[in-house]
Design a protein. Sequence first.
Length: 203
Amino acid sequence: MPGIFTVVLTGGIGSGKTAASDHFESLGVPVVDTDVIAKQIVEPGQPALGEIARQLGERFIDKSGRLDRKAVRSAIFSDPDKKARLEAILHPRIALEVQRRISALDYPYCILVIPLFTESGRYDWVDRVLVVDVDESVQLERVTGRDQVSRQQARAILDAQASRNERLALADDVLDNSGSLAEMHAQIDRLHTEYLRLAGDGN
């Protein structure tokens, strides 16, 4: 497992994970994002894309030879078997790439963004879990505004994820994102100092 002190950053959709990770990055903290990796490993020419076509069907590849994300989203919400097969293709590859990237870092600690950390069960080697937390009503408002989906669709996405209580049960630290961006940044600044200390570089 990677030797660097690793803090998982997680939270439900619309909770503000990107804003939080961006601020950590602005402080000089390396950020490894599993969503970014997941997109990169299904680029044309990557083995995972071919495996998806073989396992799930060519209909998940669009006319330009790229992954049809809309078709994938529709399938994983309606077909548990396809969801499990897709995860079996992607998750081991993502986990390996996470370890490779973290092992190459030179900093006291890193932020590892895993939106579905509570559901994954794969990253038991991490040192700390930071949950970005907001009320579900705020999540629904943000998702419908940002992703141009109906409230019903946003609700279905939330219901497919771990509950707020399940995420909080795993948290070592909670980042309250119900206030302003400046308030969240102030919390992150304090956490940054604490993580440096815990990583052995801030004493």
